[in-house]
Design a protein around this ligand. Structure first.
Ligand code: SF4
Length: 185
């Protein structure tokens, strides 16, 4: 069956909206004042989708530069600790900032987040357990996004390195977009 989204002659009425970690767009918002611009996102994907830039650590008022954050505790409920003397627990600040960002974001069709970030990382973020072992966890903002949009396509930039990864993500984004905006039946 051919749906409106399968027909190349009929473009969706609205471009997909993708949330993107600001550092991946080239904004110098990393803790060390740098960025992680991904040219495929800024130079290619930008021709087909609109972006909503997000940086939960800036939203939390942590500024640039700032000490690095580490996640500690259990992967299910980690604490975000600013690596300064003494160590500062910024878990509640980032959680509140995440809620503010989510409240202000429109209907996203996908989300591209910075890999391994204690705030943005969607998978495999190191969490230092009380035993000293390192376990895989999820960044605080990514976790809030997943709770709000359980079916939203979410990926980090490492998943967009291969053509297969890009195609799979875009299929998910456009499918989600169609479900939200187009009457398919
Ligand atoms: S909080 Fe997210 S958007 Fe901001 S610098 Fe860290 S990884 Fe990038």
């Amino acid at each position: 069956m051919v749906t409106q989204c399968d027909n190349e002659d009929e473009a969706p009425p609205i471009r997909p909206l993708i949330g993107v970690s600001r550092c991946l767009l080239g904004d110098a918002v990393r803790y060390d004042g740098g960025s992680n611009r991904v040219p495929w996102i800024t130079d290619v994907l930008s021709s087909h989708c609109d972006f909503q830039a997000v940086c939960p650590e800036i939203e939390a008022g942590l500024g640039v530069p700032r000490p690095m954050i580490r996640l500690q505790g259990t992967p299910a409920r980690p604490r975000a600790l600013l690596q300064m003397l003494p160590v500062r627990d910024v878990t509640n600040g980032i959680a509140a900032a995440s809620e503010n960002l989510l409240a202000g974001i429109g209907n996203l069709d996908g989300l591209i987040l910075k890999a391994h970030s204690p705030s943005c990382g969607p998978v495999q973020v190191p969490v230092i357990e009380t035993s000293g072992q390192v376990a895989p966890g999820v960044g605080l903002f990514a976790s809030a996004c997943r709770a709000k949009w359980p079916r939203l396509p979410i990926i980090d930039e490492t998943g967009l390195v291969s053509e297969a990864g890009r195609v799979a993500f875009l299929i998910g984004v456009f499918r989600y977009h169609c479900r939200q905006h187009l009457p398919l039946h």
